[in-house]
Design a protein around this ligand. Structure first.
Ligand SMILES: [Zn+2]
Length: 574
């Protein structure tokens, strides 16, 4: 079961040892002295990542209560409107402005109660600061001058120590997190009889709601059954709900702090497939081949791909034969998250499938092409939103799990070749993937195959030979036969090729050194009995690949080193 597997992942990675606290970006720290006198407010932003982008620090803070639109103050750390009663937007509508003061008082009341219950000096200092209008206004002025966002979190330090890290404060917070008050029932995940959570913690998903989305939720009567209300339909205890959500958050975030390596993040386990769909993956035991996966699909570096292709598991842990691999596709839209499926297989099999994928696309580019570049080449104007929804996910799952590629992949590739009268390398790579796996055309994997008897393939090669003759005979043509006839030649060869063949002798007569192309023409024609009236979709795919292979062969240098045709293809994959 998926929730269980996510919870186990979080436990295995040591992420659940302190479920009362969770990692969050904290943008600002207000410094106070022991009496609560205001000393200053500082930004935690530091340059991070390869581009040195300024980002706030990730800090483990008391777990958020899961606020919706209602007023609800979180403990000790919150947004400017709750901590200081100020808004980032100076032109806030009157209705929203009226909420600022009640929210500030709500936050203050939480601190006052905690300070009183614990007698903790640091909490008392924070309460004193919040009660002092003069200090608070001073602080708000400092923050406004530095400019802030409405979602920035603000923490406190007293006499140089972060208040939320004070052991007494931790204990107080943990003890105060009550249960939902629901009667105990059997938890779906652990099987224990415990009070179920009233509301599942939220996760952030692309295109989902900014406040996050709960993976399990029943917000409409249509999803409820047996007379149970809301989450009683799927009772999960708090420990399990926070455990599985922690696992999922870790998978979705590329900056989730690794408790085993202080200062470092957990290895990425997510791959963006489209604007709104992300794939996350994990295995039921730690394995470093997983570390390769995230990188090689999004921005494959040649060395990692080569390592995967050359020698399985060389220099890496060999996956135990029983290690299972899981993949989950998550899409966000209109504030909801959709799980597009949970898939599982043995990790060793997945790795073999991924190797096959890279072996299929390797001949088409000196540096391996990222998956999104391949998919984009199938879209009108190369805009991914012009592809059928779900295609990227289906293709990704087919790559990993060795399933047949969807036929849509072939039809889109063929359609784009026809519409653009061209076969760029990305589309040739996609065609090769499809023909290799779905139609078992393994003989075409290494580029031009002069032996292949496939009529579609030969006809595609023929078009490339005739185009070469034409362009060699007439330099500086505006339009070649490919620009005019690719579409017809690839679908109804019988209507085009007989007249093109009749033109060939005129071109040959103009060539300085015709023997080479004459040989190619003879070789291709020898395998063709006739020009078919119609080519099937599969044959049109073979046609495009044959055309591409033959054409690339003419761009090869004489010493046999392939020269990529710089005039075509998607050069700007950033
Ligand atoms: Zn449980």
């Amino acid at each position: 079961m998926i929730l269980q597997s996510l919870k186990e992942l979080a436990e295995r990675e040591g992420l659940t040892e302190d479920l009362d606290y969770e990692p969050k970006l904290v943008a600002w720290v207000i410094s106070l002295d022991e009496t609560g006198r205001y000393l200053g407010i500082t930004s935690t932003a530091m340059p991070q990542g390869p581009k040195g982008k300024l980002l706030p620090k990730t800090v483990r803070i008391p777990r958020r209560a899961g606020r919706t639109s209602a007023d609800l103050a979180d403990f000790l750390i919150d947004k400017p409107e709750y901590v200081l009663g100020i808004a980032a937007d100076p032109d806030l509508p009157v209705k929203r402005k009226a909420k600022l003061e009640p929210r500030r008082l709500l936050f203050l009341a939480g601190i006052e109660a905690a300070a009183q219950a614990t007698g903790n000096v640091a909490l008392q200092a924070v309460a004193a600061f919040l009660q002092s209008d003069a200090d608070r206004i001073l602080c708000a002025g400092d923050l406004t001058r530095q400019s802030f966002a409405s979602n920035d979190l603000i923490a406190f330090e007293v006499a140089g120590s972060l208040v939320h890290e004070d052991p007494q404060v931790r204990l107080h917070f943990a003890g105060n997190r009550g249960s939902s008050g629901e009667p105990a029932v059997q938890c779906l995940v652990c099987g224990g009889v415990r009070p179920p959570v009233d509301k599942h913690p939220s996760v952030h998903v692309r295109q989902g709601s900014p406040s996050g989305i709960a993976l399990v939720s029943f917000n409409s009567a249509a999803f409820e059954s047996h007379g149970w209300e809301r989450n009683a339909n799927a009772p999960v205890c708090r420990n399990c709900a926070e455990g599985y959500t922690t696992g999922l958050r870790r998978l979705l975030s590329n900056r989730y702090p690794d408790p085993k390596r202080p200062g470092e993040n957990c290895s990425p386990r997510s791959i963006g497939l489209t604007n709104d769909t992300v794939a996350v993956f994990w295995a039921d035991s730690a394995n470093d081949s997983l570390d390769l996966f995230a990188a090689i699909f999004e921005s494959p570096d040649p060395a990692s791909v080569q390592a995967l292709l050359d020698s399985p598991w060389k220099g890496r842990d060999m996956p135990a034969l029983s290690t299972r691999f899981y993949c989950l596709l998550i899409s966000g839209a209109q504030g909801r998250a959709t799980l597009r499926g949970v898939h599982s297989a043995l990790l060793a099999d997945v790795e073999a499938n991924v190797r096959e994928y890279f072996a299929c696309i390797a001949p088409y580019s000196a540096t391996p092409l990222p998956l999104y570049v391949l998919l984009r080449s199938l879209a009108v104007q190369r805009k991914p939103e012009n592809l059928p929804p779900g295609l990227a996910g289906q293709v990704f799952l087919a790559i990993l799990f060795g399933a047949r590629y969807p036929r849509t992949l072939l039809s889109y590739a063929v359609q784009r070749c026809r519409a653009e009268q061209a076969v760029p390398r990305e589309r040739a790579a996609v065609l090769n993937l499809f023909l290799y796996r779905n139609l078992k055309h393994k003989e075409l994997n290494m580029g031009l195959n002069r032996e292949s008897p496939e009529a579609g393939y030969r006809l595609g090669r023929l078009l490339a030979v005739l185009e070469r003759m034409q362009t060699q005979a007439n330099q500086g043509l505006n339009k070649t036969i490919v620009d005019r006839y690719y579409g017809a030649a690839s679908t109804r060869p019988g209507t085009v090729f007989p007249s093109l063949i009749r033109l060939a002798p005129h071109h040959i007569a103009k060539l300085k050194n015709p023997a080479f192309l004459q040989r190619d023409l003879g070789e291709v024609l020898e395998g063709l009995d006739s020009f078919p009236a119609h080519l099937s979709l599969e044959d049109q795919g073979l046609f495009a690949l044959g055309y591409y292979h033959q054409r690339q062969d003419y761009f090869k240098k004489r010493d046999g080193v392939p020269a990529v045709d710089a005039s075509e293809g998607d050069q700007n994959h950033e």
